[in-house]
Write a protein of this length. Structure first.
Length: 183
């Protein structure tokens, strides 16, 4: 695998709290059987244009919605630092549009893609797009993934909590209820 592809996949894994990584064939099968996008699917989606991803997501495919939300997060991120510093520049940037497009598909992916991955996706999205950024939303997403059946989520949550001490537990619980993935 090229360095570029490896770096891209590493950024995906980091964005989703380490939840898309696997250590062996059994874990890889578990992830794919549980609705997590595969390496090949991530790489394929990467080659698609924003319009192609949006059209695919509009078809109702849960993974396509996840890829589109991820793309919108990726597009918005370079501008998010402007919030609170130069709101006029932020509002003039394409970030607000990207964020709106991500939010548009968030409830749809939550109801149509019953994978634990949806919890990680929603946690990353709400955490990243919140101003100020919300570690509580990320923790809630990890909890939603745990509640949706990912047995690795409890360990990922402990690691996340250790790296983000002092989170508001009531905010986490409120966000978790909003991110619930019914099975």
């Amino acid at each position: 695998m090229s360095e570029d592809k490896a770096a891209y996949l590493d950024s995906i894994n980091n964005r989703y709290f380490g939840a898309v990584a696997y250590e062996n064939e059994q874990e890889r099968r578990y992830l794919e059987d549980s609705g997590f996008p595969s390496i090949d699917e991530w790489l394929q989606a990467r080659t698609m244009s924003d319009n192609q991803l949006q059209q695919w997501a509009s078809s109702g495919d849960g993974k396509a919605m996840a890829f589109y939300i991820d793309r919108m997060l990726e597009r918005a991120t370079p501008y998010l630092h402007l919030r609170g510093v130069d709101d006029t520049a932020y509002k003039a940037s394409p970030a607000a549009s990207y964020a709106l497009k991500a939010y548009e598909f968030s409830t749809q992916v939550q109801s149509s893609h019953k994978s634990p991955f949806s919890g990680y996706l929603l946690g990353a999205m709400f955490s990243t797009l919140a101003y100020p950024q919300s570690p509580e939303s990320a923790a809630a997403g990890i909890m939603a993934a745990r509640d949706a059946g990912d047995p690795r989520a409890s360990a990922l949550l402990l690691t996340y909590e250790a790296n983000h001490p002092g989170m508001d537990q009531q905010a986490i619980l409120a966000a978790r209820r909003a991110m619930e993935i019914s099975r």
